[in-house]
Design a protein around this ligand. Structure first.
Ligand code: PMV
Length: 351
């Protein structure tokens, strides 16, 4: 166990209700593959989003038998409650009071529930923040920086990529020589002064190609990297991509940024196809959109590009500037037709 984050044994619990909000994030260099205790196989970096968020309230009833009740958008969710119970038991060493009461947790996402946009990052981020609010009440306040760092550490133990949602801007998780203070245990903010202004005002419009459950969960997907013969090469490449990205971010080199980000997205999905058993999360619409983007770029030279998470939806990335109107028009006219229900979530990076 990590000493820095171990909980204090002298605490004083009482009935409390806390609420927190946490955004989602989209990775540019992807985390795919992990070791025991949620240690990532390679470093990753993501943009934190602005509008896609989870709002959570947590009521703690002191001295009642430990149990967890969860509501998502007002509807009771038994499966989620089971997952949270397991998670709380797992982190008791870091929050020694955690099993000494009953929880009523109410969460709402600002994005459609069935959209296929991952809610685990924002969801676990918000829960970890609520837990740290309770911890401040029960064990005494710690400084804000440490509170955030420990929230990131706890969120990671719920869902790896969630640890990046605790910070705004560009956020790094996983030890890399390229980013001082980076760690496998929690996320850190990428230094703002090393990011060219072009990367600070960026759109992420999410095309909802396939709404609903994914056929293979990311837990299973990570697991299949253990036997993927290309895994080591992939982990090594992620490290090298960090080096390249660092230069790109400093110089404002949009062309190479586009190349690197699309390559990362396609590598993630290539790893899925090379798994045993193989699986494919992209849909026909995903490929149609990708081809349309490439044609558009060739014809116009405008900086519209994509990334993908572990699903069929396409994240459309483009800087907000004098060209973005033309890009937005193209998306609405040419790309919306490939979504299931004209679904698009218009988000921006949060700096
Ligand atoms: O945090 P998890 O276990 O849901 O894994 C997320 C993995 C990707 O979204 C595909 C990549 C990433 O780095 O966010």
């Amino acid at each position: 166990m990590m000493n820095e984050f171990l909980g204090k044994q002298n605490f004083n619990i009482s009935n409390q209700t806390v609420s927190e909000s946490c955004p989602s994030n989209i990775a540019l260099i992807k985390y795919w593959g992990k070791y025991d205790n949620q240690i990532p196989a390679n470093p990753s970096i993501s943009y934190t989003l602005n509008h896609c968020k989870t709002n959570t309230s947590m009521e703690f009833l002191a001295d009642e038998k430990f149990s967890v009740q969860t509501f998502l958008g007002g509807k009771e969710e038994l499966k989620f409650a089971e997952k949270i119970e397991k998670y709380f038991k797992n982190i008791e060493g870091y929050l020694p009071w955690i099993l000494k009461g009953k929880y009523i947790i109410k969460t709402e996402n600002t994005f459609p529930h069935s959209s296929g946009i991952a809610s685990s990052a924002s969801g676990f981020g918000a829960i970890a923040k609520c837990l740290m609010d309770l911890d401040a009440q029960f064990s005494g306040k710690s400084d804000e920086d440490f509170k955030l760092k420990k929230a990131s550490f706890l969120a990671r133990l719920g869902s790896g990529s969630a640890c990046r949602s605790l910070y705004n801007g560009l956020v790094v998780w996983g030890k890399t020589a390229e980013v001082a203070e980076s760690s496998d245990l929690f996320a850190v903010q990428y230094p703002n002064e090393e990011i060219h202004s072009i990367f600070k005002n960026f759109n992420d419009w999410v095309l909802l190609i396939h709404e609903g459950e994914k056929s293979v969960s990311s837990t299973v997907g990570h697991g299949l990297m253990n036997t993927n013969p290309y895994a080591e090469k992939r982990f090594q490449e992620a490290h090298e991509n960090f080096k390249t990205l660092k230069e790109i971010l400093k110089n404002g080199d949009l062309q190479n940024f586009i190349q690197l980000v699309e390559h990362e997205a396609l590598t993630l999905h290539a790893m899925m196809m090379m798994s045993e058993p193989a699986f494919i999360l992209m849909k026909t619409g995903t490929l149609q959109v990708i081809n349309k983007i490439w044609e558009f770029r060739k014809e116009t030279n405008l900086p519209l590009f994509f990334t993908l998470d572990a699903g069929a939806n396409v994240h459309l990335l483009f800087p907000e500037n004098s060209d973005s109107e033309k890009i937005k028009e193209f998306i609405v006219k040419e790309l919306l037709q490939f979504t299931q229900n004209n679904g698009v979530v218009k988000d921006m990076m949060n700096f």
